[in-house]
Design a protein around this ligand. Structure first.
Ligand SMILES: Nc1ncnc2c1ncn2[C@@H]1O[C@H](COP(=O)(O)OP(=O)(O)OP(=O)(O)O)[C@@H](O)[C@H]1O
Length: 749
């Protein structure tokens, strides 16, 4: 990975590379040996005046210590084979690849041009990609803007090179695949990728991802030129990005010409915007790398000699005009004396201004046909390519130190939402400070208790809905940020080992994959490219619903329901597990992917939490006497309304919970005694039974104590307001006795 991420000085790197098969071996003139004679146009590189016009995109946010290295535009030439039609017409070879870097004219051997690399007609697009595109893509993944474009006359092979087909995927699908592979190979960073796709047709900018986005305006701000209102889509996988391209292609203007059945009638720009930041806890405050990778398939220049009429002629003249402007801009950029660069003369050059003016890496792939009938057009392309070679660029990393980037925005939002969620959870479990209740306040408190209970119920429901909404927002945002599956996944959403949606390359995608990486992606775990948490969201919602239902119906009712539905066996296991799970109270955190388990473990947590809560409330109630009214029905937490509780009700609540626990233990005891009968020698069972019997005894003692306290409280109350309270107390006692008799019945099952 490290070698991939180093910036490559193009000239030396390319000319020394032997990775690509010598294209000359496949040209018709390969047998001829020519001396390395004067190469036309080997003039000095562009002067600095070209660079004085630099307009840096994101300049306002540039980090002072950005990496800088002076480079030239990478210029390569790709020959396509003679087409069946050209062969039928008996066309001859006019230009050929002489070795790896020279294009020579068959009829005039002194006319030759040198480039970074020349590809013969049998070179595959993947080989072209490795030399002409890979360094631009890897640079873009490191924060260096990149632009790759194919230039050439109509039918010379631009679309074949940039898009390709199923058998021979083009630079665009290869670059997309590579970008995701780089994410996979970079566990130390997290990425956010988005794409846009536009065409310039007859000097009108259309959004190919949004059919409604027609005739869009090009605007300019301190950060450079941009298309107003263009749709950007966050992409999560190569398949996702490729499907967007395919959908966009449907809207591209294509038409049949004399030369090409499927001729591109518009220039297209596919832009991949890449943001990345350090992955992990320490990423806060860290600069974000932000870059754009522009992959451009230009429409082909057409010879003025070609007879066209109507719509094709109109298209052709727009295409030629914009390509002419592109040529002029490139000439001026390489001419040290030029003071004005006419970027504004065409939409194409306006949009390419940032790239051409020297910011970021640029690779120009010129496609040519060797045929003699197009010799002049090929010569024009070769001259254009040669001029472009002298444009100087600065490859520098864009670092954003402010919070403007989308990835930072998402990260901050995720962080804030998680904090909010934590507060919410704490709020639900927080025990409000309850002061001891004076006897005078009991009637008032009773009223408030009733109001409070109603409020509490609706607050709980609201809070649970809010929690579910927060969780799903966190999950949605988290899903958009891509991390390598090599990175530790545990910190993304802690304690969420539930089901994950994984992306695997399908056969169709593998067809596009650079074979260099195929082994890696086919191999086991590496097949996954990103992690999604959708499955958890669903599980979380289900369990939240269960929990909500449980709260609504009351724990005891829920116990009854559970007993009917699943028997005591599962309760027992929940009870057993609860002891080790007390601190893990996140309501929608699946522990093992089993919904049953989640509900059960939460039940026992709830029992624990609520039982300790009541104990604390009681002891607090005894410590304090003053109860300010505002404390009872405050708004901060859902349980604030519980402050309006009266002592008798609290004691009863506590009693019910303890009874529920006793019921659970009794059932366990019953099961264990059956087991003990089958295994009389098993001491472990005996120990367990003893421990549970002790617990039941302890709890029964506490229940008896509570009964006494209730009776005492009732006596005190009745002394105070005998006439008013006695009736209701009797009714409550009857209700309490009913509950108790059910619990005893339950316990004895
Ligand atoms: N290197 C190549 N090897 C094999 N076939 C090729 C190659 N390049 C181009 N072709 C074939 O030549 C034909 C024309 O290519 P393509 O459509 O890519 O040209 P183009 O430059 O995009 O044309 P236009 O500007 O009119 O859109 C296609 O049938 C394509 O498959």
């Amino acid at each position: 990975m490290s070698s991939r991420r180093e910036s490559k000085p193009k000239k030396s790197g390319l000319s020394n590379s032997k990775a690509v098969n010598s294209p000359s071996s496949s040209t018709t003139s390969s047998s001829k040996q020519f001396p390395e004679i004067s190469i036309d146009g080997q003039s000095s590189p562009a002067s600095s005046s070209a660079r004085s016009k630099l307009q840096y995109i994101y300049s306002a946010n540039l980090h002072a210590d950005a990496d800088r290295s002076k480079e030239n535009v990478t210029v390569t030439v790709r020959f396509r084979p003679l087409s069946p039609r050209e062969l039928r017409q008996g066309e001859e070879i006019a230009w050929y690849a002489d070795g790896e870097t020279i294009v020579r004219n068959e009829h005039n051997q002194t006319t030759a041009y040198a480039y970074d690399r020349v590809f013969g007609p049998t070179t595959t697009t993947r080989q072209v990609y490795d030399v002409a595109a890979q360094h631009v893509v890897s640079g873009a993944m490191e924060g260096i803007n990149g632009t790759i474009f194919a230039y050439g006359m109509t039918s010379s092979g631009k679309t074949h090179t940039m898009h390709g087909d199923q058998r021979s995927p083009g630079i665009i699908p290869l670059a997309v695949k590579d970008a995701f592979s780089i994410i996979q190979e970079t566990p130390s960073r997290e990425f956010l990728l988005r794409v846009s796709y536009l065409e310039i047709y007859n000097e009108v900018v259309n959004d190919l991802l949004n059919p409604a986005g027609q005739n869009l305006r090009i605007r300019e701000d301190a950060q450079g030129t941009f298309v107003e209102g263009i749709k950007e889509e966050v992409v999560l996988s190569p398949a996702h990005a490729l499907s967007l391209i395919a959908a966009g292609e449907e809207h591209r203007h294509v038409g049949s010409t004399n030369f090409n059945l499927l001729s591109s009638r518009s220039h297209t720009i596919f832009t991949l915007t890449i943001e990345s930041s350090l992955y992990g806890e320490n990423s806060e405050g860290e600069a974000v790398n932000l870059s754009q990778l522009n992959l451009i398939d230009l429409a082909g220049s057409e010879s003025s000699k070609v007879e066209t009429t109507g719509i094709r002629r109109k298209e052709g003249s727009y295409i030629n005009k914009s390509l002419l402007t592109l040529g002029t801009v490139i000439s001026k950029l390489t001419d040290g004396r030029a003071t004005h660069i006419p970027y504004r003369d065409s939409k194409l050059t306006r949009l390419l201004q940032s790239s051409l003016s020297g910011h970021g890496r640029v690779s120009l792939i010129c496609t040519v046909t060797p045929s003699s009938s197009n010799s002049e057009e090929t010569h024009n392309t070769l001259k254009f390519a040669h001029r472009a070679k002298h444009i100087e660029i600065q490859a520098e990393q864009n670092k954003i130190i402010d919070e403007k980037s989308l990835i930072k925005k998402y990260q901050n939002e995720i962080r804030a939402l998680k904090e909010e969620l934590e507060q919410l959870k704490r709020g639900i479990l927080t025990i409000p400070q309850l002061h001891d209740i004076g006897e005078d306040d009991i009637i008032l408190l009773k009223q408030k208790l009733e109001d409070g209970q109603v409020k509490l119920q609706s607050r709980l429901e609201q809070e649970e809905e809010a929690k579910a909404a927060l969780l799903s927002r966190i999950q949605r945002l988290t899903k958009l940020i891509l991390v390598s599956t090599n990175a530790s996944q545990s910190s993304r959403l802690p304690q969420r080992p539930g089901p994950r949606r994984r992306h695997s390359f399908g056969e169709e995608e593998l067809a596009y994959l650079p074979h260099r990486r195929r082994d890696m992606t086919l191999d086991g775990e590496n097949v996954e490219l990103y992690v999604s948490l959708k499955g958890n969201a669903e599980t979380g919602c289900d369990t939240l619903k269960e929990e909500k239902k449980a709260r609504k119906n009351g724990l005891l009712n829920w116990l009854k329901h559970r007993k009917r539905d699943s028997g005591m066996e599962s309760m027992m296991s929940a009870s057993d597990k609860s002891s080790g799970n007390k601190s893990n109270s996140t309501p929608s955190t699946p522990k093992s992917g089993s919904k049953k388990f989640n509900v059960e473990s939460r039940l026992s947590q709830s029992l624990f939490t609520e039982s300790s809560l009541c104990m604390d409330l009681l002891s607090d109630a005894r410590r304090h006497r003053e109860v300010p009214e505002n404390d009872y029905l405050g708004q901060e937490t859902p349980l604030t309304s519980l402050k309006a509780v009266d002592q008798i009700d609290l004691l009863r609540e506590q009693q019910k919970i303890l009874s529920g626990e006793v019921a659970l233990h009794s059932s366990t005891l019953k099961r264990l005694s059956e087991e003990a009968a089958r295994n009389p020698q098993n001491e472990q069972i005996q120990d367990k039974m003893k421990r549970i019997s002790d617990e039941i005894r302890g709890k029964n003692e506490r229940i008896a104590l509570l009964e006494k306290q209730i009776a005492d409280s009732i006596t005190v109350s009745s002394n105070m307001e005998k006439s008013e309270i006695s009736q209701s107390t009797v009714a409550e006692l009857v209700a309490q006795l009913n509950e108790k008799s059910f619990e005893l019945e339950y316990r004895n099952l």
